[in-house]
Write a protein that binds this ligand. Structure first.
Ligand SMILES: Cc1ncc(C[n+]2csc(CCOP(=O)(O)OP(=O)(O)O)c2C)c(N)n1
Length: 532
């Protein structure tokens, strides 16, 4: 069984092609590119000019390359289509690597275009010369230098095809500036159509069905497309007629939640808790995810959270987990299609904010079809647990653990889905890595509501210090994990980037702030949540 990828290829004839840069953008536009998150330099100037000559690709300036690559990740997760990034040689690319790492883990399609010195200039080792391929390879499925103007179109189409091949990946094209500048002949051929298809294996579905029919207790671990509405509805049906429980992977790229969907919470982060959950089942079935692995290796605890002999795969990460779940639900003859957590609101006291209350206040406030980019553990876990009963929303998490991802991903999601409200539920320490996102949100008038969990510390690192045996923190350990002295002035920071902001310290203040924020439809809004 197969599902078509949403990318539809549009082909156009044009006689406007005058140079290599325009030729590339025409090919990229024909392959579906609509947005370019850019931070260019001298070696990208022909491409910058070409973005005006070739209309139809929205150019968005990020003030740091990690903003550009994270935004491309958010855009790609929401549309299934690759955004372009435009980055300046090796150093510009290097600044974007952390969020490309997260995007690689999320299987997000992205096309990086990295300018390079003129091919005849490279040999002289000018200051910005570096080995771009070495930087790009670890995060890219395909890396290629465009060696001549003749190759521009083919290389661009190849990059899209590689990026969209299931399970999707990142393609990086290094584009020497002389090839961008030189005149090129008109395109002769229509570009080939690009689509990404996924299927599943019937034999795998039958094997899982047999096990369920035999009465084995099963935990399904869902990732990728298995966390779509259709996938989760099928999970609900399976759970209603067999001894099956469901978890999402701990850091899903994208999951639908609330609005009457079944309550499929994330597998706990710490290995002890995850193992405790997974041990309750005879078999753990993987659906578009890899075997659960402890985030870090802790002495005395296993890396693999389930013994391999108890693992089965319903669909691997390149297959269609959603289709496999639907088929499995058919095979085990399961019941009604609307089994899910009922929507409800939390009744909350007026009191000081803590992480649990933040999750509930936000769940109450989410409008239908909201998108929530979640980064940081302090509020992230309680929110996701609470939001099973919220209106329907989409959650995007930090798939690769390189922090500084939540704000850019929210930015990209807001560009991808202008009709939906986007929230960034964000820990304060992580927010500082790509704080420049605020400026791009303000400039592009993106109505992103940022909720900053202000605990003024690297909370998770203090937890890890305690786990490692430090009952008391010394002055150096404190200095490296506390974010005070001075504390960030979030209202001033936001103002500096042109973003209105308020501070909330109680449940009532947060409710009021969210109501205010939702009135701001033509730009971002920041709420500093002061945690007790
Ligand atoms: C790029 C990168 N640098 C450093 C780290 C290490 N690191 C992990 S969590 C963390 C601090 C998180 O603090 P905060 O965002 O305030 O979240 P909290 O735990 O307080 O909710 C750091 C520095 C990382 N994961 N990625």
């Amino acid at each position: 069984m197969e599902t078509a990828h949403p990318l539809a290829v549009e082909t156009r004839h044009t006689d406007a092609v005058t140079n290599g840069a325009e030729r590339m953008l025409l090919a990229a536009r024909a392959a579906g590119a609509e947005v370019c998150f850019a931070n260019p330099g001298t070696t990208e100037m022909p491409l910058v000019a070409a973005l005006d000559a070739v209309p139809g690709i929205r150019a968005v300036l990020g003030l740091f390359e990690g903003v550009c690559t994270g935004a491309a990740d958010g855009y790609g997760r929401m549309t299934g289509k690759p955004a372009l990034t435009l980055l300046h040689l090796g150093p510009g690319f290097a600044n974007g690597i952390a969020n490309l790492h997260n995007a690689r883990r999320a299987h997000t399609p992205i096309i990086n275009i990295v300018g390079d010195h003129a091919s005849w200039h490279l040999q002289y080792d000018a200051p910005l010369t570096s080995d771009i391929h070495s930087l790009a390879r670890p995060v890219s499925g395909m890396v290629r230098t465009i060696e001549s103007t003749v190759d521009i179109e083919t290389d661009t189409i190849d990059a899209f095809q590689a990026a969209l091949k299931a399970p999707c990946s990142i393609s990086t094209l290094v584009f020497p500036v002389d090839h961008q500048q030189h005149p090129v002949p008109l395109r002769a051929d229509e570009p080939p159509s690009i689509e990404s298809r996924r299927s599943f294996q019937e034999t795998r579905v039958e094997a899982v069905a047999q096990m369920l029919k035999a009465g084995k207790s099963v935990i399904f671990l869902l990732g990728g497309g298995a966390l779509s509405e259709r996938g989760q509805r099928a999970a609900g049906r399976i759970g209603a007629s067999a001894a099956a429980r469901f978890f999402s992977e701990t850091f899903p790229a994208r999951t639908e939640r609330g609005g009457g969907l079944p309550d499929i919470d994330r597998l706990p982060y710490f290995p002890e808790k995850a193992i405790e959950q997974l041990e309750a089942a005879d078999v753990v079935v993987l659906v578009e995810t890899i075997a659960p692995v402890a985030y870090f290796g802790y002495e005395g605890l296993p890396s693999l959270l389930v013994d391999e002999r108890r693992l089965m795969t319903l669909a691997d990460v390149a297959e269609c987990g959603e289709g496999a779940l639907v088929r499995l639900a058919q095979l085990i003859g399961s019941g009604p299609s609307d089994i899910g957590a009922p929507m409800s609101r939390y009744a909350l006291p007026e009191c000081a904010l803590d992480a649990g209350f933040v999750g509930k206040v936000l769940s109450n406030a989410l409008p239908d079809k909201a998108i929530v980019s979640v980064e940081g553990g302090t509020c992230g876990y309680p929110f996701v647990t609470a939001s099973a009963s919220a209106a329907r929303h989409t959650i995007l998490t930090n798939t690769g653990g390189a922090i500084g991802q939540g704000l850019p991903v929210a930015l990209g999601a807001a560009i991808a889905c202008p009709e939906r409200r986007v929230f960034a539920l964000q820990s304060d320490g992580s927010a500082q890595y790509t704080i420049q996102s605020l400026w791009t949100m303000a400039r592009e008038r993106l109505p992103v509501v940022m909720l900053i969990a202000s605990n003024r510390r690297y909370g998770i690192l203090q937890t890890e210090l305690r786990r490692a045996g430090s009952a008391e923190f010394g002055p150096q350990a404190r200095a490296l994990t506390e974010l005070d002295n001075p504390a960030f002035d979030w209202l001033a920071l936001a103002a500096g980037y042109g973003v209105p902001a308020v501070r909330a310290s109680t449940t009532r203040e947060l409710e009021d702030a969210l109501a205010d924020a939702l009135m701001h439809e033509s730009g971002p809004f920041l709420i500093e949540m002061v945690l007790a």
